[in-house]
Every structure is written in structure tokens, then in C-alpha cells.
Design a protein around this ligand. Structure first.
Ligand SMILES: [Zn+2]
Length: 208
């Protein structure tokens, strides 16, 4: 039997939870990563079509500041309002040109220097290599600096709306991934161990 026109208009259709107006599932993962071409975020996410993405050189999370115009800040701020968001992932990598510039191993343009400055990680990166900053560094030293830089960006996230008060602390996981281009391996930061451990499963199913 056909539904009378009047009753169809009187009861608006309920949108299924977790779906947008077109029926697509809402994003569950916000993935922030460096623009490095060998870093492929889709590899680390169980459902890439449910991923919001922010990419910039150095995988920098600008400290939250609503007074400045920034596409990255606006995108992160918006993503954090999505009701089904479960994970925010920041991914760095070995051999990052931005980290080399932080360690004064590479000369860069003034705009790049200013960009790296706002990431707030110069001190942490240099401390990670000790007194050797500016001298010749091996791959391990670079990786220590890159991980320190990455964890600083994770800390920068804490100032974003909803995260600074811990409001979403229970249902939103903040993760840091470090990808080694040399070995092809990826580690995830474990707050419990305060160290990076091998990533064994894709996000969001990775439990650490
Ligand atoms: Zn990079």
C-alpha cells in the first residue's frame, strides 16, 4: 500500500547514526602526516574511505589559535567535531627534510624556517641528539630527533577544542606513528611504555 503524501511529510526520515546525508559513513580517523611521497596514510588505516587527512611538510600540528587564518587549524578543529571520530593519528618518518632543517643539517628558505618554528619542536629535536646537533649525524640520531619532533606535535594537539579539557579523552585516541623508509617498518608510540613499539595492526583496531 502506498504511503499517503501527508504522512510522509509529517514524519521526517531519520538519518542512520554514523552516516551523512548521502548515506556515506562519517570519518572515524583524522590522519596528519608529512608530505613525503613514501608515506602512504592509506596503508595504516583499516578503512581509508573513512579518513580525514591533513598533510604538510614536517607533519606539524600548529598550536591552536583561533585568531590566525590556517587551513590546517580549521581542518583539525572541524574534524574534532565529527561525532564518530575515534582516532587522531600523526605520522612522521625517517629522513625527513624538515627534521634535518631543525637540526641545522640543511639550509632552507625563510618561509620554511618560520613554518618549522611554529611547530615548537626545535629544542626537543636538538636535545634528542645531544651535543651533536649541527655535526654529522647518523641515521639513529636523525630518527631520535624525528620521534621527539613527532611527540611535540602530539602535545600540540592537546590545545585544540575538546582536547584541552579532556572532554573527548575517553572516546578519542591520539596516536603517533613513525615510519622508517629504510626498513619499511612502522612503530606506534605507546604512552604506557613511553616508547615506540612495532605497529602490528591498522588503525583503528590497533589497541595500544
Ligand atoms: Zn617529512
Amino acid at each position: 500500500m502506498r504511503t499517503p503524501r501527508s504522512s510522509r511529510s509529517a514524519v521526517p526520515a531519520q538519518r542512520p547514526r554514523g552516516r551523512d546525508r548521502t548515506g556515506r559513513e562519517l570519518p572515524k580517523v583524522l590522519f596528519i602526516s608529512c608530505t613525503e611521497s613514501r608515506l602512504v596514510p592509506q596503508r595504516f588505516v583499516a578503512d581509508p574511505d573513512q579518513m580525514y587527512e591533513v598533510r604538510n611538510i614536517g607533519n606539524i600540528v600548529l598550536p591552536y589559535n583561533p585568531r590566525i587564518v590556517s587551513g590546517d587549524i580549521a581542518t583539525i578543529e572541524y574534524a574534532l567535531t565529527l561525532p564518530d571520530l575515534k582516532d587522531v593519528v600523526i605520522s612522521g618518518h625517517s629522513g625527513c627534510a624538515a627534521v634535518a632543517a631543525l637540526l641545522a643539517q640543511k639550509s632552507v628558505s625563510s618561509s620554511m624556517r618560520r613554518w618549522l618554528f611554529v611547530g615548537n619542536s626545535r629544542t626537543a629535536s636538538r636535545e634528542a641528539v645531544g651535543s651533536r646537533a649541527g655535526a654529522d649525524l647518523d641515521a639513529d640520531a636523525y630518527d631520535r630527533a624525528a620521534r621527539a619532533h613527532l611527540l611535540t606535535q602530539l602535545a600540540n594537539l592537546a590545545g585544540y577544542p575538546g582536547l584541552e579539557s579532556g572532554r573527548r579523552g575517553g572516546d578519542l585516541r591520539l596516536r603517533a606513528l613513525f615510519h622508517s623508509a629504510q626498513t619499511g617498518s612502522t612503530d606506534i608510540y605507546s604512552p604506557r611504555d613511553d616508547s615506540f613499539v612495532p605497529l602490528t595492526r591498522q588503525v583503528p583496531s590497533a589497541a595500544r
